[in-house]
Design a protein around this ligand. Structure first.
Ligand SMILES: C=C(O[C@@H]1C=C(C(=O)O)C=C[C@H]1O)C(=O)O
Length: 114
């Protein structure tokens, strides 16, 4: 006659509990979830690094365009072009895209505005 403990399933749950609900199964599930979080966070951090780098390059190039235009008496800003950019972000990203475009333009324009 087996002892009561030898009747316990190997995954740590009580024999009366459904598969996947035992202490071990829950611990394994939690470890997998933790690993998944770390994997996605690694990629998110990499994406953020790239975004920051791209925003910096964009701002630098934008300031060069602005400087070139102003060197011949033009304005710093060009509203028709900005509207095209705002629409592009809005169409690609939805309502929040418009706000992203406005922030990107603000970062690119520097403090002075026009
Ligand atoms: C860079 C330019 O100058 C300004 C900055 C813009 C930008 O950062 O995208 C867009 C229009 C202008 O207000 C441009 O005209 O292309």
């Amino acid at each position: 006659m087996p002892s009561p403990t030898s009747l316990r399933p190997a995954d740590g749950r009580a024999a009366s509990e459904p598969v996947g609900t035992g202490v071990r199964a829950q611990a394994e599930g939690a470890a997998e979830a933790d690993a998944e979080v770390l994997r996605h966070r690694d990629r998110i951090d990499e994406i953020d690094r790239q975004l920051i780098e791209l925003i910096r390059e964009r701002a630098e190039r934008s300031r060069m365009v602005q400087a070139a235009r102003m060197s011949t008496g033009g304005t710093r800003t060009h509203l028709a072009r900005e509207n095209q950019i705002i629409n592009r972000y809005g169409e690609a990203l939805g309502e929040g895209g418009t706000e992203v475009a406005l922030l990107v333009l603000r970062l690119s324009r520097g403090v002075a505005g026009r």
